[in-house]
Ligand binder design. Structure first.
Ligand code: GDP
Ligand code: MG
Length: 604
């Protein structure tokens, strides 16, 4: 395929604006999949994606399209829209020359629309604004076009109005891809050079890497080198993704496809790595910034006998998701386990859900924490550590004030878009989360865009849910990293009858300790069933208790229903009660339902 007949593009948008639906239509129109009623987000293959209706993993599809009696090869990369997965967006972008920026004709520009626009803009890609869902009764494409002019400085004439659901005007989108997006730059006569922009693990073949060929050609049997590890591999298989794997003899400059080359570990196919021919080394592509874990949590087996099974499940799942960091960890209360790092809370929940669904694992997850830092003041500790700065991803390892000159917490710059009528409530929510307003502009006569500097830990767990509910779903939110700031941090323990609940130890800002501790005690009280004795639920800083709730004693008398003396029936009921207890964690003599912990962290 001549390079000038190739177009590589991404679809980017705020969540639910119709990326996957448009991808379905494009696949149908170019004959990649048959046209049926059943095509609903066909690129969302994972069970979690189908259940949650979100795209987690970017997918690639090569399409053949004729326009003006010319054949074109279009490489489409569908991307996730949620903020936690924006690293998927940025790496997909580096394989493209243009993007379709989808905007819902009713909702207009949202927080992730803005974030994704800037990713594409900074990567200097051609941006085609597409206004979707014009079939909706309350669609207002005029207004959305004005927003696009105002916020992105793109003339309204460049917008394409479509209905991805009905297929209206989707042909125009394909034409615009061919006419407006430039072909990739490389030439087939250059030395072979390819960028790894994604990788998956296959049980039989090892790593399947998605690559964008920037120059030259590659074929089966070629000896290729990964620039990052300087390791040589032999190409076993390669081809196009349509979206199913479609083996071919060769891949050429400009093409996007997959390659299998005997790599045994996704770490060997680093995202952002460059591949070249053994005899013809090239300069490596300036890789990506590696995805940085923002949320850490401990994961432990419910029962230590399940440790090996959980280990293998975590290993297999992280084979496919190189953005999860894994460290072994252990605790007195929970035994041997791991501390995992995620890109955000949704990423963590999705990972946990996949562990349970795809690997049938039962996991205890501790309170998520953000990566704090401590500047050590004790010469002895600095020496032990090899550096003055210590990153804390486990509250159990929080160093005492006496050996620290300063604590630091990670900050983010948040963008909120919302109808003007909700700004009052949103501002007080932000204020209660220690946020500082940086900027506020009207994007039209009814909607505002606000920028706030937030401590990351204040938004990680429940900020988005609260923002959604107080704005009846109309506000949207996105954030980017904004470095570290000094903070007055302390470690808080939650105690049940005097024993610390290790899952719930958290690091909090001193100003928020009382309210957070009180709220956690109240919610823990709600989620622990009454037991035979009274239970004190306390929040404590060191030895000082700052909040307390009491769970009254109660005996669930399962035998009360058996008036007579049917002993087998009695035994059955007792067994049933014992089975019911299996999903419980014992802390001292108190039984706690396993799912109590995460619900305790979410503020209503
Ligand atoms: P994504 O999150 O951007 O991938 O969005 P999806 O493609 O999953 O679509 C989100 C929802 O919007 C789904 O329920 C779609 O059926 C619906 N949707 C997508 N395009 C249209 C459209 O053109 N018109 C209408 N009415 N609904 C649409
Ligand atoms: Mg999608």
């Amino acid at each position: 395929f001549p390079v000038d007949k190739i177009r590589n593009f991404c679809i980017i948008a705020h969540i639910d604006h119709g990326k996957s639906t448009l991808a379905d239509r494009l696949l149908e129109m170019t004959g990649a999949i048959a046209k049926t009623e059943k095509n609903k987000q066909v690129l969302d293959k994972l069970q979690v994606e189908r259940e949650r209706g979100i795209t987690v993993k970017a997918q690639t599809a090569s399409l053949f399209y004729s326009h003006d009696r010319q054949e074109y090869l279009l490489n489409l990369i569908d991307t996730p829209g949620h903020v936690d997965f924006s690293y998927e967006v940025s790496r997909s972008l580096s394989a493209c020359q243009g993007v379709l920026l989808i905007i819902d004709a009713n909702q207009g520009i949202q927080a992730q629309t803005v974030a994704n626009f800037y990713l594409a803009f900074e990567a200097q890609l051609t941006i085609i604004p597409v206004i979707n869902k014009i079939d909706l009764k309350n669609a207002d494409p005029e207004r959305v076009e004005s927003q696009i002019e105002k916020v992105f400085d793109i003339p309204r004439e460049e917008c394409i109005r479509i209905s991805a659901k009905l297929g209206t005007n989707v042909e125009t989108v394909l034409q615009a891809v061919v006419e407006r997006i430039p072909p990739p730059a490389g030439s087939i006569d250059d030395p072979f050079k390819a960028l790894v922009f994604d990788s998956n693990f296959d049980h039989y073949r090892g790593v399947v890497a998605n690559i964008a060929v920037f120059g030259g050609r590659v074929k089966k049997g070629d000896k290729i080198v990964s620039a990052y590890l300087c390791k040589t591999y032999e190409v076993n298989e390669l081809g196009l993704l349509r979206p199913e794997e479609h083996p071919t003899q060769k891949l050429f400059a400009g093409q996007v496809g997959y390659i299998v080359a005997g790599m045994k570990d996704v770490k060997e196919a680093q995202i952002g790595d460059t591949l070249y021919h053994q005899e013809q080394p090239v300069e490596a592509h300036p890789g990506f910034k590696p995805a940085k874990a923002m949320v850490f949590a401990g994961m432990y087996p419910m029962d230590q006998s399940e440790y090996p099974a959980l280990r293998s499940a975590i290993e297999r799942l992280t084979l496919n998701d190189s953005s999860v960091t894994v460290q072994r960890d252990s605790s007195l209360a929970l035994g041997a386990g791991w501390r995992l790092g995620f890109l955000g809370l949704l990423h963590m929940e999705v990972f946990n859900q996949r562990l349970e669904q795809e690997y049938n694992a039962s996991v205890i997850v501790t309170a998520p924490t953000v990566p704090y830092k401590a500047v050590l003041s004790s010469a002895k500790l600095i020496k032990e550590h090899g550096s003055e700065e210590l990153t804390i991803v486990n509250p159990a390892q929080f160093p005492d004030r006496s050996v620290v000159s300063e604590y630091l917490e990670p900050m983010v710059l948040g963008t909120i878009l919302a109808p003007e009528t909700h700004t009052g409530k949103i501002m007080s929510l932000c204020l209660s989360r220690r946020a500082v307003q940086k900027n506020m502009v009207y994007i039209d006569d009814q909607r505002v865009m606000m920028k706030y500097l937030f401590p990351l830990n204040e938004i990680v767990v429940d900020f988005y849910d609260l923002l959604k509910s107080l704005s009846s779903g109309y506000a949207s939110f996105d954030y980017e990293n904004a470095g570290y700031q000094t903070a007055d941090l302390i470690k808080m323990d939650i105690l049940l009858n005097g024993r610390p609940v290790e899952e719930l130890t958290t690091i909090v800002h001193r100003d928020r300790a009382y309210s957070t501790g009180k709220a956690m005690c109240e919610r823990l009280k709600e989620s622990i069933p009454r037991q035979m004795f009274e239970i004190a639920v306390q929040a404590a800083i060191g030895s000082k208790v700052i909040a307390r709730e009491t769970i009254k004693a109660y005996r669930k008398n399962v035998l009360a229903k058996c008036y007579g003396g049917d002993i087998t029936r009695k035994m059955k009921l007792l067994k049933k009660q014992a089975d019911g207890k299996k999903k419980m964690r014992r802390i001292g003599n108190v039984e706690v339902p396993k799912d109590a912990f995460i619900s305790v962290l979410k503020r209503k």
